[in-house]
Design a protein around this ligand. Structure first.
Ligand code: BG6
Length: 491
């Protein structure tokens, strides 16, 4: 395994250290970076949470988390022991005014880069930052990392941005969207801007429409309390899906400098056509899963997963049609859909090209399918360009769709690092390219909020869909009304 270049010595304080995100994602990501030589032995990872734990208790929990979430072949006992030795724990109730923030003096090194990672509820972002500031813990080399969602709506997002901004400058603030750290998502930039063949075709003249699907088989996974207040729109669409849309729709940035890339994404968000209540009714579909089966196994419905008695109007599925009002994308719809308890876990972008303007081949000679570029973000990461070719052999001329297929795993033959590995090291390096700038968050909420408001004003519930299906039938009708089909239906 090639060693990576070490990043500067750092102290990373993770608030919400006993939570699911820390144990499932952050600690394994830090372990991998440590194993690959990127984290030096003087760096420290400091868990902070309410539970009364000692450093040793926290290391035990971290050890169990690594055993569960790191691939068995990557669990080297010696490396794990050394890594755990760099973990410390501070018990603090960040919501209390009398919390003793001086406890951090025990573990923080004045000269090191400081990363404060807030893996807590967004309501605590402002109070934690203010307390850190008041306790004099924010040095010039400090940064704060905020997990999504930033707020619940535009108003609460602005309040958080404002409060955090009183302590950390924009350059010190890293708003994470882990989709941007996925290898295949970063590869979208390479695909578009390191190859001449695609960029020339990336326009309304050639592209008929774009589909972005992020489907999951899981349900609420014990996160019902959070999820029921968010729903698919706030949990997935406002951030991950819109960021994917930005990377597909943006113009080439003048350089890879963080702000030049973010300027271009921002333009896309600002060009999204706002939906009025009538368009919300016709161009969006929200759904909630009912009992069904996935991979032949029965699974409960949303309400049973939530364990609540009263009915909930939270959507676990959303499909919608968006338009980017620019020269490049005039009249090219973007169909987005995401949901829980769908038949498979996959994230995929389909660039559907237009049909040939005129065919010289007899209609009956082919199973006609216009070209499409299918970009698989996960799993089976790769790309497939679907094209028409002649069936080999003598006799009548026959054409069929075939594909040029690249599977990254086969091509590169190595593990794809988890998104958090890259993003955590970027925060230490102070590179904000793959993080959302304040104005991006605002623009995304600006577009999403009228949809949420229109939904809230309607008396109807999200449409039911059985777990293991591709969402409510209305989602199929949404695209079929335009004479198009969701990609899996044509496979
Ligand atoms: C998170 C959402 O941001 O992304 C979860 O809060 C979702 O609800 C997860 O399950 C999906 O991420 P990934 O990387 O598994 O596609």
């Amino acid at each position: 395994m090639p060693k990576s270049v070490p990043v500067a010595i750092f102290d990373c304080v993770v608030f919400g250290a006993t939570g699911d995100l820390t144990l499932r994602k952050l600690l394994p990501a830090l372990y991998y970076r440590f194993r690959d030589g990127q984290i030096q032995s003087e760096s420290r990872i400091i868990g902070a949470a309410r539970s009364r734990l000692t450093d040793e208790d926290f290391r035990d929990r971290a050890c169990k988390a690594l055993e569960k979430h790191v691939a068995p072949d990557d669990q080297d006992p010696h490396t794990m022991r050394s890594f755990l030795g760099q973990l410390f724990y501070i018990s603090i109730d960040a919501s209390r005014a009398d919390a003793d923030w001086r406890l951090f003096d025990r573990v923080l090194d004045d000269g090191a880069v400081r990363v404060f990672y807030l893996a807590t509820s967004p309501d605590l972002y402002g109070p934690i930052c203010q307390a850190l500031g008041a306790a004099g813990l924010v040095t010039e080399k400090s940064r704060v990392v905020l997990e999504k969602p930033i707020g619940h709506d535009l108003h609460s997002a602005l309040a958080i941005i404002e409060n955090v901004g009183k302590v950390f400058s924009e350059a010190q603030t890293f708003r994470i969207d882990h989709y941007l750290g996925k290898e295949t998502v970063q590869n979208l930039m390479a695909l578009r801007f390191a190859n001449t063949i695609f960029e020339r075709l990336w326009t309304a003249d050639v592209i008929d429409h774009v589909q972005i699907t992020v489907s999951e088989t899981v349900g609420l996974e014990g996160r019902g309390g959070y999820y029921d207040r968010s729903g698919a729109m706030r949990d997935m669409l406002q951030n991950h899906m819109l960021q994917l849309l930005c990377l597909i729709a943006m113009d080439p940035p003048v350089s890879l400098e963080a702000d030049r890339v973010r300027d271009e994404k921002l333009k896309v968000l600002r060009a999204l056509k706002p939906l009025d209540p009538h368009e919300v009714a016709t161009q969006t579909v929200r759904g909630q899963y009912t009992p069904g089966a996935i991979d032949g196994k029965p699974v409960p419905g949303y309400m049973a997963d939530l364990g609540a008695d009263e009915s909930s109007r939270t959507e676990s599925f959303v499909a919608l049609k968006a338009e980017v009002r620019t020269w490049r994308w005039a009249n090219v719809p973007f169909y987005l859909r995401t949901g829980k308890r769908l038949p498979s876990k996959m994230s995929e972008i389909v660039i559907q090209f237009r049909a040939v303007p005129f065919s010289i081949f007899p209609e009956e000679s082919a199973e006609w399918r216009p070209n499409s570029l299918v970009i698989r973000l996960q799993p089976e990461e790769g790309m497939r360009l679907e094209m028409m070719t002649k069936d080999p052999g003598p006799g009548k001329l026959r054409l069929s769709p075939t594909s040029l297929d690249i599977r990254f795993e086969k091509t590169f033959g190595r593990r794809f690092p988890d998104a958090y590995e890259r993003l955590l090291m970027d925060t230490v390096r102070g590179d904000p390219t793959l993080f959302m700038r304040r104005d991006e968050v605002e623009a995304a909420w600006n577009w999403v909020e009228p949809i949420l408001e229109a939904w809230a004003a309607r008396p109807d519930h999200p449409r039911p869909y059985p777990a293991g299906s591709w969402g409510p039938t209305a989602a199929i009708a949404l695209i079929e009304r335009d004479g198009r089909t969701w990609h899996e239906d044509v496979e």
